[in-house]
Design a protein around this ligand. Sequence first.
Ligand code: SF4
Length: 376
Amino acid sequence: MFEVIGLIHELEAIGQNPKNAILDSMKKTGKKAVGCFPIYAPEEIVYAAGMLPVGMWGGQTNGTLSDRYLQGFCCSIMKANTEQALLGQYDFLSAVIVTAYCDTLKCVIENWKAAFPQMNLIPVVYPQNRKIQAGKDYMREEFERVRKELERITGENITPAALEESIEIYDEYRYAMQEFVELTQAHPILLNAKSRHLIIKAAYFMDKKVYTKKIKKLINAIKKLPEEETGKKKIILTGLIAEPDGLLDIITENHMFVVADDLAQETRQFRTIAPKQGDALQRMVERIAMQDGCAFLYDKDKTRGALIKDMVKKYNADGIIICQLKFCDPEEFDYPILKKELESEGIPSLYIEIEQRIDSLEQLRTRIQSFGEMLS
Ligand code: SF4
């Protein structure tokens, strides 16, 4: 048990202190770091370049410097990223990859080019039609461009062997994470909502190889523990992120736990594994083409509802909490469809609007408490 608690605390601390964790990883590995905006940055290429891909998922900022570049109705992640960049918090990064899914991100790319002319900014645009050959060809060209940009920055070629090795490392990480999230069902106290989130989040700030080794150790140690019987209600979270952490504490306080998630920051990162056919870049292309049920990748069949309904059955979940990041258009467009689908199946759901920095959680507390009581 001591080993499990030690590993959990270690990963939680990393999830809570991204900058310290990144600087520590840079020191230990001797690698330079490349910032990766949400959601599907081609991290494998960064890793193959001998650099550390690190997540840039905003944070709790309260400054106003970003107001010079972004309107008041921009999402809190972009405001936080821009604020932190203007404060010089990202000066240690060798490059920043920005994937564009929405109008906000397109503006952010142009604004960052103006605000940080010295920065190696690498925009990546995913095609609307990811599944057709033209879309896949275009995606491959985008990945080739990222590869060339990183080669220019490092002055070194990214070899096919390095790319192959990188994608294997990412596959191993994704398989391990699929196993990890399954553990929550039997260990809802040990892996309460906040712990589960922070452990998953820690992966963004560590060398993936090192992280995977640690998470596998944690998985093996948890598997030896007896299952926990709690009678807590099983919740599935869906959305981009489920932050701030206080939100997750409220879920735990109200006798619920996260049995599974459909969050872009969490399970959507690893639920699709690259197929084995083709070279590394082709496998990356196919993985994105296969990724369904995500508001950020065009999905003409709108498969998210069906996917969540399947999850409810698989995990025998009691309800869904839809975490809507304020001002995130792609997620907002999905909600009416999702709501209708969940209602048609009689699946209880709670829609909450969140921002990374919320001055008072009391309104959320009341709503989550009422939802918990309703499920009981
Ligand atoms: S609006 Fe949504 S998709 Fe766009 S940058 Fe913000 S969080 Fe990302």
